[in-house]
Design a protein around this ligand. Structure first.
Ligand code: HAM
Length: 423
């Protein structure tokens, strides 16, 4: 029997990689324009890192991590997200010590043992963006703007930005008790998970997807009414900034995130086009995280985009741009195939994308092939051309053609490259 891939781990086939390249190139360009440098972290970390950052009683840490004991019986985990690893590296390399703003981005695979379904895999990819050492609410707005800008560059301006504030260690405990009080009255009607969350992590009940739970929390107290003065002012500036830059957002006081490290601003880019998995990106501020992992008092904020979900949206909305070779080399007989080998490599050394299939055929069949590939031009070589030591170049769009001697191939490549870059 043949060996199959693992459930929730998907191949990305060549016909899909065009989208990935477009998304990754756009991410790098937008991140660079905002002054974010690329960071790269390892796939494996000590399990403790995630338990201490994401939170021991979150779904991710409780039931979704790919963890195993290594040969020395130490517990290792394949990263379920990037923030914890970047913070670990920041502390380890003492990057935040001088208090200067630090801005990073990272693209890579993450691993969560969830039940696979549309928009949910066990290996998935994130674009992760993080900023450190800036406590100002303008940075919150800048980070949300970066996400909005990135989505708009890709043509997705109809995604709704939900924003909320989760308060800080001063004001959140008060809200937590108020919410618990409210929920205890309805405890019997909550789902089994929420009955447990009610004691451990009551905020999570607010975004439970079970219909009865979301009905019950309709009248729950709003966290926004419990914010302390500083948190309220902070959130006010974020909203003013977002209005000023024209980011379309809604304030959603029920938005709580599945990771415990957040304080103050949290946000999610949501869309109805993804079915149950409606978040294409999410993030927020985490001013306590660096300290809780043994670093200094370093405020942080960031987000991650789920790239599979993003590409699902893009491919449903737009046609993929077909990749077209610059040149197809059509050999009409076996001697021409042999002669063309060197020619093809020479053209490629000149920077052109050249396709050759090392088989000969009639001019008609070769031109059909060139059309099918969508080549910009075709180089035709047959017995007559070989005898005269020249090739025929035919431009596919206008049907124009010209003869070029073997010695002038480099010149031809240069003028072709110039012509293609003008288009
Ligand atoms: P998260 O909300 O857990 O946040 O994940 C961010 C995004 O990753 C989600 O909105 C979703 O698009 C995608 N995603 C999550 N799980 C899956 C899955 N199983 N299959 C496919 N896509 C998935 C974080 O990971 C935080 N580290 C974000 C952050 C960065 N906060 C601050 N800095």
């Amino acid at each position: 029997m043949s060996i199959k891939s693992i459930r929730g781990f998907k191949d990305i086939l060549p016909e899909e990689t065009g989208w990935w390249q477009k998304v990754e190139a756009t991410a790098s360009r937008v991140a660079r324009n905002f002054g974010f440098a690329e960071f790269r972290i390892p796939v494996l970390e000590r399990t403790e890192l995630f338990a201490r950052s994401i939170g021991a009683d979150t779904d991710i840490v409780e039931k979704e991590m790919f963890s195993f004991a290594d040969r020395h019986d130490e517990s290792m985990t394949m990263r379920p997200e990037a923030t914890a690893g970047i913070v670990r590296a920041l502390i380890e390399h003492n990057l935040a010590a001088d208090g200067r703003p630090l801005k990073y981005f990272f693209i890579g695979p993450m691993f969560r043992y969830e039940r696979p379904q549309k928009g949910r895999q066990r290996q998935f990819h994130q674009l992760d963006v993080e900023a450190f050492n800036v406590a100002s609410p303008h940075m919150d707005a800048e980070i949300v703007t970066l996400l909005d800008h990135f989505l708009a560059e890709l043509g997705l301006s109809d995604v709704t930005m939900n924003i909320n504030s989760l308060g800080c260690r001063e004001c959140r405990p008060g809200f937590k008790s108020r919410l618990q009080e409210f929920l205890r009255d309805q405890k019997e009607e909550l789902c089994a998970d929420c009955q447990r969350r009610l004691e451990t992590n009551p905020l999570r009940v607010l975004d439970c997807k079970v219909p009865r739970c979301s009905e019950l929390v309709q009248d729950a107290p709003s966290i926004l009414d419990s914010l302390c003065g500083e948190c309220r002012d902070h959130f006010g500036v974020v909203q003013d900034d977002l209005r000023r830059t024209g980011v379309n957002f809604i304030v959603n006081p029920k938005l709580v995130r599945g990771l415990d490290y957040y304080s103050r601003t949290t946000f999610e880019a949501q869309t109805g086009d993804l079915g149950a998995q409606n978040a294409v990106a999410g993030g927020g501020r985490y001013d306590e995280l660096v300290r809780s992992l043994g670093g200094g008092d370093v405020p942080g904020i960031g987000f991650a985009v789920g790239l599979e979900r993003l590409i699902m949206l893009l491919s449903a909305k737009f046609e993929a741009e077909p990749a077209r070779p610059d040149l197809y080399v059509a050999a009409l007989d076996d001697d021409s195939v042999t002669a063309c080998f060197g020619l093809v490599q020479q053209l490629r050394r000149n920077g052109l994308w050249v396709e050759a299939d090392y088989s000969s055929g009639s001019l008609k069949s070769r031109m059909r092939r060139a059309d099918k590939l969508g080549a910009g031009a075709t180089l035709i070589v047959g017995p007559d051309e070989l005898a005269r030591k020249q090739v025929v170049i035919r431009f596919m769009d206008k049907g124009e053609q010209a003869e070029v001697s073997f010695e002038k191939i480099d010149d031809l490549a240069a003028s072709l490259a110039a012509r293609l870059s003008e288009e």
